[in-house]
Design a protein around this ligand. Structure first.
Ligand code: ADP
Length: 240
């Protein structure tokens, strides 16, 4: 069974407004795919469908081989999600936040501790594990959210504008960490962003615009000699 992510012919409407129209792409296991689109492209709507906040009868979504409509529990169990809005408890420490999440997934004792230590290590925040989230800077808060999304050992990780509001150095550190999760742990990543400088030439790039997939391929091949910013502007008519 593939540990990747498959979106096939997905259409979604808010009443009369079509937000996604026959969106299809397939992300192979262990790949980093950037979902790039200007505001209003449909990224959040797609995330809502991937995480079952909404459902649609049109099209099919498979997470690690599980159809999200037919086997939602199995599909969601294989998925880690980092939402745009922070969802950590500010008054708990990093370790307590992760511990709480582990407990929600039925993990306890040595198993929970092992998963938590591995996730802290992955995101290079082990030495801060005892600090309250409230006292962390924005970059470390986001890293904690990513670490938490790994606790139940998902094979697919979804991140919705994970670097919003961070400075350049923190953004770079987070994109590096997430690339490493693909390369070293074989995680399949869907990284939604409207920022072209977060996408690397070797990344898979899916360009979403007005609810449709405008382009899909390796970033370097798609942009050719043009900077990605210019390619994106020409493709969508939207500045990035
Ligand atoms: P993005 O996340 O890429 O900015 P969205 O998924 O939020 O895009 O929006 C896609 C389209 O759907 C936009 O045209 C937006 O105006 C519309 N839309 C989003 N949410 C709603 C809603 N609750 N009701 C009606 N239209 C919506």
């Amino acid at each position: 069974m593939s540990e990747g992510l498959r979106v096939a012919d997905v259409t979604f409407r808010y009443g009369a407004k079509t937000a996604l129209e026959e969106v299809s792409f397939d992300i192979a296991p262990g790949r980093f795919a950037a979902l790039l689109g200007p505001n209003g492209a449909g990224k959040s709507t797609l995330f809502g469908l991937l995480t079952r906040l909404f459902t649609t009868a049109e099209g099919r979504i498979e997470v690690a081989g599980h159809d999200i409509a037919r086997a939602p529990r199995a599909a969601l169990a294989r998925m880690g999600v980092v939402f745009q809005s922070p969802t950590l408890d500010q008054d708990l420490t990093i370790r307590q936040n992760l511990g709480y999440f582990a407990a929600l997934h039925g993990l306890s004792g040595a198993e929970a501790r092992g998963r938590i230590d591995a996730a802290l290590d992955r995101l290079a925040i082990a030495e801060r594990a005892g600090e309250r989230v409230r006292d962390l800077n924005g970059g470390h808060k986001r890293r904690t959210e990513i670490a938490r999304a790994l606790i139940h050992a998902p094979s697919v990780l979804l991140l919705d504008e994970a670097t919003v509001g961070l400075d350049a150095a923190s953004r770079q550190a987070i994109t590096d960490h997430v690339h490493r999760l693909c390369a070293e742990d074989g995680l399949t990543v869907l990284w939604a962003t409207h920022l072209t400088d977060e996408v690397r030439d070797s990344d898979r790039l899916v360009v979403l615009h007005r609810g449709r997939v405008l382009a899909d391929g390796e970033c370097g091949a798609l942009r050719g000699d043009a900077p990605l910013k210019d390619y994106f502007l020409t493709a969508t008519g939207a500045p990035a």
